[in-house]
Design a protein around this ligand. Structure first.
Ligand code: GTQ
Length: 351
């Protein structure tokens, strides 16, 4: 229904007159503000490791870890350039640490996860405990804990950093500070957090040392992979996910971090998955093998053929399906805990 010219003009005049008072009419924007379904401004994206790695190694020559504080190439969503974001709510980057280097100790409100992509023998230290990195390990830096990274091995080590930076920025809740020491003092033996909390047992008079974050800060790949392998052999394969497990905080059964969920899945050889969509946007890291992901939103379609150490993003409410002729293992993280805490999470499994 079109308003008569005079009415249209009166409205335009009204908008102009109220504009200096910082007022604007809802009815002109309502459809966009409260859309019938999510329309994420971010797009599916794929970073091939073969293309990223040379830039990482050049960064290794261009700046030291100490100078950079964190030598990271940010995986920026092509539709969100300049925002340091992989999705509207998640940050992702690839961090490089060379032999002998230290990334100095600091802490911040933002939670971080590390997923080891290449190399072994670097460490991250949290709360006086170091953990040695191996490809496929999932390591947590809880909110507001001092952490430093170092490499005492003889080759470069690269890991995926996943942080809730955009969420904390949205909430204007970011605090950070440097430690007084470059590397924190080691006060506990390596593996003690896993021994305390990682064997389906917990200390009798335990507390939650990191609040809402898991007290285990390294989830070794060896164990995750073993579980997936056994399930691939002995249990039904899910038509959408293959064999997929989520990481847990053993004290709560919930996600390991309050803002980010993490998952690992194995697609058996010959897997051709069904389509799904979910409101949580997700970042994937390919651990082993290769495959493809097809993504669809409205009229647009994407297809990424991925291999080991590649990364890709599936944004909110984009329809996706995974396939893998030869089989593969995928790690992923998303903002699902926030959706669920707000009781707005939706997922649809399509046929
Ligand atoms: O390792 O502390 O990729 O503070 C971005 C911000 C890594 C870190 C990032 C950070 C870190």
């Amino acid at each position: 229904m079109n308003a008569p010219d005079a009415a249209v003009q009166a409205r335009q005049q009204l908008y102009r007159d109220m504009d200096p008072h910082n007022l604007t009419p809802l009815w002109e924007v309502l459809h966009a503000l409260v859309p019938p379904q999510p329309r994420s401004p971010c797009v599916p994206a794929h970073w091939k490791y073969d293309e990223v790695r040379p830039f990482l190694m050049r960064a290794g020559q261009a700046i030291t870890a100490d100078e950079a504080v964190r030598r990271v190439l940010i995986l920026e969503n092509p539709a969100l350039r300049g925002q340091s974001a992989a999705t509207q709510s998640l940050y992702a980057g690839l961090q490089l640490i060379l032999p002998g280097e230290v990334a100095p100790s600091h802490r911040h409100v933002q939670s971080a996860l590390r997923f080891i992509v290449e190399g072994s023998g670097a460490y991250t230290a949290v709360d006086g405990e170091r953990t040695t990195m191996h490809p496929g390990d999932f390591i947590i830096t809880p909110s507001w804990t001092f952490h430093d990274h170092g490499n005492e091995a003889d080759g470069p080590v690269v890991w995926l950093d996943g942080l809730d930076i955009p969420m904390v920025r949205f909430l204007d809740a970011g605090f950070a500070e440097n430690d007084t020491a470059r590397s924190q003092q080691v006060t506990r033996a390596e593996g003690s957090s896993l021994a305390r909390y990682g064997h389906n047992m917990v200390p009798v008079r335990h507390d939650a040392p990191f609040g809402a974050t898991s007290p285990i800060f390294s989830y070794p790949y060896e164990r995750s992979r073993q579980a997936l392998e056994q399930l691939e052999r002995d249990a039904p394969i899910d038509a959408w996910d293959g064999v997929k497990l989520r990481y847990v905080n053993p004290l709560t059964g919930g996600y390991p971090m309050p803002t980010m969920a993490t998952f690992m899945q194995k697609l058996p050889a010959g897997f051709a998955g069904k389509c799904w969509r979910q409101t949580d946007g997700a970042v994937y890291s390919v651990v082993e093998g290769s495959g493809s992901v097809e993504v669809e939103a409205g009229e647009q379609r994407w297809r990424f053929d991925f291999g080991p150490r590649d990364h890709f993003v599936i944004p909110s409410w984009h329809t996706a399906r995974l396939s893998s002729p030869g089989g593969c293992v995928l790690f992923s993280f998303s903002d699902r805990p926030v959706h669920q805490a707000l009781a707005i999470h939706r997922e649809e499994r399509l046929s």
